[in-house]
Design a protein. Structure first.
Lengths: 219, 223, 219, 223
């Protein structure tokens, strides 16, 4: 029997090593796996590289990890979001490294990691400061930059419903980065609102097939 | 002299959005445009966080914390609207599937270069969001921007001083004073507010302006 | 008002020019837009480059186009499928050019076209006959080939339900290449079983958002 | 001498599929493996046309023409199974998400090169399908193949004569005579059918074989 359910948040994030790359889903606080991120903070892990769209809201979740000095580097498209004071304090104090990646490129780099691609050419950022230092190539008269895949050691995600195989559905715009991050890590842990019996999710409407999911926990 | 208010600028830009268009409205001023779509036009608003068919802000009691726009404000979905993930949202953006991106700007150059993501102010951490993807990907990019800064410095420049979002992407500029087109042959004034002639507008604009033969007065209702 | 419904199959495929690149969906006959392909045949258009997984079944749909000599070249992963006699006859007579592309690369090249990418590096076919002549690059110790995007002048697709905005749902394994082909063409025409009122499709379960669709016709 | 039947070969390969594995079974002989999964193991079968959780062939009256496998035969979906599009199917394949691809072969080389897509027979048009994607993408590739051709020529070769599907991908080979592992140090015999010793098997195999210390007799029930 396949059963990806775990009972505690601590079990869901167990085994993450210092220095790990953590894909942290959410767009601002929506779709953010706050409780899993809190559990990662309690686990004591440090020197993390976090990949996220923003850099944390308020004092919990990703913001809490940053507040506690656990994040060595953040890779994101837009660090400032609603109440980013934990990030801002760390950034001004020079305690966190920041890599800015255009939002679509951030998503596409993770998809490339998930899809076994070695890299891709994209127009975004070509001819700009964010494209500097990247291999640039003219294709059909337009400039493209080469972007490399991103893979996480763990992805922390948040979904609405799951079954024991790890099939997932989401709710409205809380879907955002969750499906791509779930695909792009060696280990994927997901907090869900509800676990339903196998077969209860419509097979036409599952957004993340269970093959991408390793651990699910109800929050 | 009758410069437009911010809401009037949004109103003017909204008049040019065609029926059936798929449109991404940038954070801030462009977002206001959705309030001013002319009667009878059906427009589909896109949001980079995975929504097509965004509606107006929710009425009191109808708020859903899982339904936000790219500016992280609560929003709604219209009938026919759908949800998808971030990656598909950027397939739409980058792949040329959006008819129009209407964006804010710090500066626009005479060749249509756009600078709207960072002023390199050391007091703020930089952040780009989806601005570069929209600038390179939408079929047409238009900008809504105050004609000059608070200090009176032109925002339409020979070359942008701030870091570029994308080169050669802007086709039309809506300011509080004028509607301007970026053409292969420089910037052309399509509309100017009352009280301005070309010399007056030129004095507030860095690159050389040309006046369209069929130029008009830029007028907007009180909105 | 946005209304992508057209009344006839002829209207759905109108405007395709000689020499056009046509993305033809389906996996074998499942999900194949047979009636749209028949309509394209009746339209008299010729010298087509067809992109498909297979090369037609029986005498209708893609097979019929090939039988009538309308297809100059086919780009596919596996030409032989159930009853491929039209293709086999044309191929043996030297009347059709064949480009074999691995199935995943075929799909990914169309996705790259849909997503505005200039190309991507993939391990598939590296070090094989199908990788010969392609730019090869070592990335992290493994060989990759550079693959270019494919875009169609028109995509012909088949879905289950649609609304007037062109939002689509599919049925079981008939989904196959339809969503990626629908995204990857300048014009997308879709034959559907049923058109439902706007708002009747669950916004969480639409597979192809209407932005990718131009014309829908009930068959 | 007791060579395995084709069904017995499939049975043997099925015994090694672990509980919880995500598996793609190639067209033909590998497809048979799903009939022989040991009791109590839950295996999720993947099909490149967009299915995860494929079940057995439909019972009479339960056929659905929209539900086929990669070999274009009618199939079924088990509870927990899901549908997705072709592109996501190959994200799973190429991105290393499948635990196992069990494939047919024309030839396998001693370094694990696989040739299973074309014999370059001028009577057939070539076709590759998803074979190359599976060979490079699955976490482990195993092959089920008759030990020799009808003409008695070894299918396990020093180097493949037919065009490669992928180099260095095969880890284990199930034949009608043996179970063999491709190691960094040549091909190791894990199991041989009754009536064979290493010399006898070597005579039907091109590269040098080594016998595992813990080698066993290859036996399969009548299935």
């Amino acid at each position: 029997m396949i059963d990806k359910r775990v009972r505690t948040l601590a079990e869901a994030v167990a085994g993450v090593k210092h220095g790990a790359t953590v894909l942290c889903s959410g767009f601002g606080a929506v779709g953010e796996p706050v409780e899993l991120l809190n559990a990662l903070r309690w686990s004591g892990v440090k020197d993390l590289v976090c990949v996220a769209n923003n850099a944390g809201t308020g004092d919990e979740g990703l913001a809490g990890l940053i507040k506690d000095g656990r994040v060595r580097k953040i890779v994101c498209s837009f660090p400032r979001t609603t109440d980013p004071h934990c990030f801002e304090a760390a950034y001004k104090a020079g305690k966190i490294e920041l890599e800015i990646v255009p939002q679509g490129t951030l998503s596409e780099r993770m998809r490339a990691g998930a899809a076994g691609l070695g890299g891709f050419y994209v127009k975004t950022a070509a001819g700009t400061k964010l494209g500097e230092g990247k291999e640039t190539r003219e294709i059909d008269g337009e400039l493209y930059v080469l972007e490399k895949p991103i893979r996480g050691d763990i992805a922390l995600c948040r979904a609405d419903r799951a079954d024991r195989w790890g099939n997932l559905t989401y709710r409205k715009s809380a879907r955002n980065f969750n499906p791509v991050m779930a695909m792009a890590a060696a280990l994927t842990a997901v907090q869900v609102r509800e676990i339903v019996p196998l077969g209860a999710l419509d097979p036409e409407c599952v957004v993340t097939p269970g093959i991408f999911v390793d651990r699910i926990v109800v929050v | 002299m009758k410069p437009l208010s911010r809401r009037q600028m949004a109103w003017r830009a909204a008049q040019d959005i065609e029926n059936g268009a798929y449109v991404n409205l940038g954070i801030g001023l462009p977002t206001l445009c959705s309030d001013f779509i002319p009667e009878g036009r059906e427009i589909v608003f896109h949001s980079e966080n995975g929504i097509l068919g965004m509606g107006p802000a929710p009425k009191p009691g109808e708020e859903d914390k899982d339904l936000i726009n790219a500016g992280k404000q609560l929003t709604t979905l219209v009938p026919g609207g759908v949800f998808f993930h971030h990656n598909d949202a950027f397939v739409m953006i980058r792949g040329g599937h959006l008819d129009l991106a209407l964006l804010g700007a710090f500066e626009v150059s005479e060749s249509g270069d756009l600078a709207n993501w960072t002023t390199e102010d050391p007091n703020f951490s930089p952040g780009v969001g989806g601005a570069m993807d929209l600038a390179v990907g939408a079929r047409e990019v238009r900008v809504i921007v105050e004609h000059v800064t608070k200090e009176g410095r032109p925002r339409i420049r020979k070359a942008c001083a701030y870091p570029l979002t994308a080169p050669h992407c802007v086709k039309r500029i809506y300011t509080n004073l004028a509607v301007l087109d970026v053409t292969g042959d420089g910037i052309v004034v399509r509309e100017m507010v009352e009280g301005f002639d070309l010399d007056g507008l030129q004095a507030l604009t860095e690159p050389r302006l040309r006046l369209a033969n069929d130029w008009k007065r830029l007028e907007a209702p009180e909105v």
